[in-house]
Design a protein around this ligand. Structure first.
Ligand code: GTB
Length: 213
C-alpha cells in the first residue's frame, strides 16, 4: 500500500532537516518502506482539505490506504509497530524504547522549542535579555541530565530504536544554540544518528526539496 506523507513546499529552515517530516522520513527509511511526499504551502495547511487530515493545520501527515494519521510521535510509533527495525521484540525493552520516544517529545523537546521560540520570535522584546538565560538554563538542565544518563553508551537503551530516532531529532533542534556542543557525549550521540544511512537518505530527500529556498 502506498504511503504518502506531507512536508512543507518551502521549509522555513531552508533544508536543515529540522521540520518534523524529517523524523517520519527517517523512520520510513530505517524500516525500508518507500513513500511519496505531497508538498504543502503554508496557505494550504490551513485549508479544509488539509485540516481533514490534520486538525491543527500542520505537517507532517501520513496516509496509507484508508488510514490517515497526524502527529509525528503517533506516526513514528505506527511505523515502528508495523515494521521491524525500530522497536525491540522483548516487551520490557519495547516499553522502554517507547518511553524514550515520549521523553524526547514531552520532556526534552519542550525547553528546546521554548528556546527556539525566544531566539527566533522574541529578540525585539524588551525582556529578551532577561528571559534568554532563564530559558537557556532550562535547556542545559535537561541536556545535562540526559548526558548523565547516556554516559558512554552508544544509544539510550541497547540497540538503536525509535526512542533514539526521536531523541536525536529533538536534540538536533538545540544545535544552533550552541548548547548541544557543551555536552560532548550528546553531540557524539547526535552525530551517530546523523551518520546512519537511513538518516542520510531522509536528510537528502528533504534537502532536495528545500535547497535554495
Ligand atoms: N506536535 C506536532 C507533531 O509533532 O507532529 C507538531 C507539528 C508541527 O509543529 N509542524 C510544523 C508546522 O506544520 C512544522 S515542524 N508548522 C506550520 C504551522 O503550524 O502553521 C516544526 C518546525 C518548523 C520549522 C522549523 N525550522 O524552521 O527550523 C523547525 C521545526
Amino acid at each position: 500500500m502506498t504511503i504518502t506523507i506531507t512536508a512543507f513546499e518551502h521549509s522555513p529552515d531552508g533544508g536543515r532537516g529540522l521540520a518534523r517530516d524529517t523524523r517520519v522520513r527517517w523512520a520510513l527509511e530505517e524500516v525500508g518502506q518507500p513513500y511519496k511526499v505531497r508538498l504543502v504551502t503554508f496557505k494550504a495547511l490551513k485549508e479544509p482539505a488539509h485540516r481533514a487530515l490534520h486538525p491543527f493545520g500542520q505537517i507532517p501527515t501520513y496516509e496509507e490506504g484508508n488510514l490517515a494519521l497526524f502527529e509525528t510521535g503517533g506516526i513514528v510509533m505506527h511505523i515502528a509497530e508495523r515494521h521491524a527495525g525500530l522497536l525491540p521484540h522483548h516487551a520490557n525493552a519495547r516499553a522502554r524504547a517507547i518511553t524514550w520516544m515520549f521523553a524526547a517529545l514531552n520532556t526534552v523537546e519542550m525547553p528546546i522549542v521554548e528556546l527556539s521560540t525566544v531566539m527566533l520570535l522574541e529578540r525585539d522584546k524588551p525582556w529578551y535579555q532577561e528571559r534568554l538565560p532563564l530559558v537557556e538554563a532550562r535547556v542545559r538542565d535537561c541536556l545535562g541530565q540526559l548526558a548523565t544518563r547516556l554516559g558512554d553508551a552508544e544509544w539510550l537503551d541497547g540497540p538503536f530504536s525509535a526512542g533514539d530516532l526521536m531523541m536525536v531529532s529533538v536534540l538536533l533542534r538545540s544545535r544552533s544554540s550552541g548548547i548541544l556542543d557543551e555536552y560532548p557525549n550528546l553531540a557524539a550521540y547526535v552525530a551517530r544518528g546523523e551518520a546512519r544511512p537511513a538518516y542520510k537518505r531522509a536528510f537528502a530527500a528533504q534537502l532536495a526539496v528545500n535547497a535554495g529556498t
